[in-house]
Ligand binder design. Sequence first.
Ligand SMILES: [Mn+2]
Length: 253
Amino acid sequence: MSRTIIVGDVHGCIRELEDLLSYVGYESKDRLVFVGDLVVRGPKPREVIALARSLNARAVRGNHEDRLLRWRAEKRAGGSLKIGNLTRRAAEALKPRDWEYLESMPLWLDLPEHGVRVVHAGLLPHIPIEDQSARTLLYIRSLGGGGVPMELRGEQSWAQSYHGHLHVVFGHNAQLEPEIAPRATGIDTGVVYGGRLTAMVLREGERPPPADERRSVLVSVPARRVYYEKLPRPAGADVELSARPSPFLRRAS
Ligand SMILES: [Mn+2]
């Protein structure tokens, strides 16, 4: 029986991706899906894309893939988009076939056999997927006043407010533990920061179980090291960076 394995943000951490596939006993008949941000920050962006391609994995676009694609489009148009060193390093490592793979990544992906929708960052509850902005799908972390999409961590989680028909599996918002909401599951557990790489594993036709049993379909492997020490964007402007040491860094020591 084949399974669907939905993998959190890999960020170039090829060894942990291999660890995870080995841990779940990946077989070629299994379907592999990524929540985006396969590249940038970690050590081996090209190897991760190459592995994803070779396993016929599907992947939704993350903000990092989106930035790479915009950088390249801009460059081809004779302009330039400012990118950081790590993004540049990933851009230089990618071969034409890898770029093709990036271009093939949609903003969201539905897995009707599991009643699941995969999106990189999240979405605005109560709004049809077709009407969501790309920016929201790629960057949302929380809801601000009046339910507007916010890119920083905030008090109101979009996921906890979401009660749609399809269960949303997402990444982007790195946390020590998976985020478990009634109808959504966040699986970015910050492997590149020295956290873990997490996946949701569903048997054929299986739907994500209710929140209190959700962990039964989640697996993870630890990072082998800290690859990126800079903190993810801090929580809301009211929270001082110094007041919130990264749990990822602590855990890795
Ligand atoms: Mn992201």
